[in-house]
Write a protein that binds this ligand. Structure first.
Ligand SMILES: [Zn+2]
Length: 107
């Protein structure tokens, strides 16, 4: 018995999933302003020192914010992208499975 086209497609997607970089993060990188706490710093009068934080939405509560140092920004950006890639592949697998369900195929 030969594999169906859908099964081949799904196997191909699973292979992509397996080779993904596990360094994944859900959320987005947002600009934040922090006060450093030094009483003489200009940030006590102005909006604070510019930085970036990882903002992760949580259902039913306010988002989790994690400060990201300049050193880690590129890594976080890549991890956010890796997460998006994984999501896209999982969505494609779901589409294949749904098509199979419509065609009453068992993969
Ligand atoms: Zn300051």
């Amino acid at each position: 018995m030969t594999d169906s086209t859908l099964k081949k497609k799904r196997n191909h997607l699973m292979e992509q999933l397996r080779t993904l970089d596990p360094d994944m993060l859900r959320g987005s990188l947002v600009k934040t302003y922090r006060r450093c706490g030094k009483p003489t710093c200009h940030c006590t009068r102005e909006k604070g020192h510019e930085g970036h934080s990882l903002s992760v939405s949580m259902p039913g509560r306010s988002p989790i914010m994690v400060y990201v140092s300049l050193k880690n920004q590129e890594r976080v950006r890549q991890a956010l992208e890796n997460y998006q890639t994984a999501q896209r592949i999982i969505e494609d697998i779901s589409t294949v499975n749904r098509e199979a369900l419509v065609k009453k195929e068992i993969l």
